[in-house]
Write a protein that binds this ligand. Structure first.
Ligand SMILES: *Cc1c(COP(=O)(O)O)cnc(C)c1O
Length: 365
């Protein structure tokens, strides 16, 4: 592996950026992931040169040979993070170093060369600087950033690629679920699992999502919003949603979330909520929770709230859980008080309205 690093990123501004009036119109109420900024960051990797040719340029299509490895064996990883508009107009990222390190862990798991943390941070920061006018100002809105890396060697041999392209694109977003903070209904998948021990469950790779789509389609057919996956071995322990971690809130005010055993994606929102809740003096357990216990506790009233969390949707209350063997509603099926409080605390911090005792905000100048 070649660990050679280029330290400067070149910037080639778009010759025909979206006109200001059109951009303002697009920023009004963007549907998640459909509107994109003018630029993208790219960095290339070859075994001979290492990471090289780092640039910000006009956003545009890639051209690939049909034999390109990623198209066949899904050697691909990604990240998801946001740039937030601050009260003084500045832009800030939230814990970007955590995304950089997780991207390295994902790369290692997928036999890809880890991108040096400094290069990851530089590419994301520089793209946000260049496209800062694309950060929406509305409450809960942000510029969603999608760093990803794909295997670009054109060969059908089953092996790790010798060439890669890393890219960052940016998309202004409002709230993830249409209808905002409405509580979601989950479908307990008893047929499909998301990740098995020794698999790629704790790597952020596209393959995990491809494997979850049939379960998600089943959830929609059953009238639910999202799937909740159980562990692949005992089919008993609650793991996470297709793209969000889960928390449970009990009558004594304590919280619980499944532990990071290797089959669950280590969410940065999950980690931040654990810390924020402990800052509030609350007890947080990272312990397994079974689907049957969830039903029993919801029915007895011992469980007061449940919510899902992730960068895209922030904090989303869970109202009802359905499956072939389960059907229960948590409290009144709406948004719990602590769920709302944690969501507000996180958004206040990210949007620069609250103190930042852990130094999580990365303000760009
Ligand atoms: C990205 C992701 C999450 C949430 O992670 P955050 O860092 O909080 O955005 C949770 N589960 C899966 C499967 C994910 O891909």
């Amino acid at each position: 592996m070649n660990n050679n690093v280029v330290s400067t990123i070149s910037v080639e501004p778009h010759a025909n950026p979206v006109a200001a009036a059109e951009r303002e119109r697009l920023l009004q109420d963007p549907v998640f992931g459909r509107v994109f900024s003018d630029h993208m960051a790219t960095i290339h990797y070859t075994e001979a040169l290492g990471w090289h040719d780092a640039r910000i340029g006009p956003r545009g299509a890639f051209q690939f040979d049909p034999a390109t490895l990623v198209l066949h064996y899904a050697q691909e990883i990604f990240e998801g993070m946001k740039a937030y508009r601050q009260p003084d107009g500045a832009a800030a990222l939230f814990r970007p170093g955590a995304n950089a390190r997780r991207f390295q862990n994902s790369a290692t798991r997928l036999a890809m060369p880890p991108l040096p943390e400094a290069l990851f941070l530089e590419s994301v920061r520089e793209l946000v600087r260049v496209d800062r006018n694309w950060i929406p100002a509305a409450e809960g809105a942000a510029l969603y950033l999608r760093p990803f890396m794909i295997a670009t060697e054109a060969v059908l041999g089953m092996k790790p690629s010798s060439e890669y392209t890393y890219c960052v694109i940016a998309s202004p977003v409002g709230s993830y679920f249409k209808g905002g903070a409405r509580a979601v209904t989950l479908w307990v998948s008893d047929q499909y699992t998301r990740a098995a021990p020794g698999g790629t469950g704790d790597a952020k790779c596209g393959g995990n999502y491809a494997a979850s789509l049939a379960a998600q389609a089943e959830a929609i057919r059953e009238g639910c919003d999202q799937v909740v996956f159980l562990d692949a071995v005992e089919r008993r322990w609650v793991e996470e949603l297709g793209g969000m971690n889960v928390f449970f809130v009990f009558e004594d005010g304590s919280l619980q979330t499944p532990p990071l055993t290797g089959t669950i994606l280590p969410g940065i929102t999950r980690d931040s909520i654990i810390i924020l809740a402990r800052d509030m003096g609350l007890t947080v357990r990272e312990e397994p929770y079974s689907i049957d216990q969830w039903q029993a506790d919801a029915t007895s009233g011992r469980l007061r709230e449940a919510f899902a969390c992730g960068t895209a949707a922030v904090v989303t209350p869970i109202g009802t859980v359905k499956g072939r063997q389960h059907n229960f509603t948590i409290a009144d099926g709406g948004t719990g008080a602590l769920t709302a409080r944690l969501k507000a605390a996180l958004l206040d911090l990210q949007q620069g309205r609250a103190a930042d005792p852990h130094g999580w905000l990365d303000r760009l100048v």
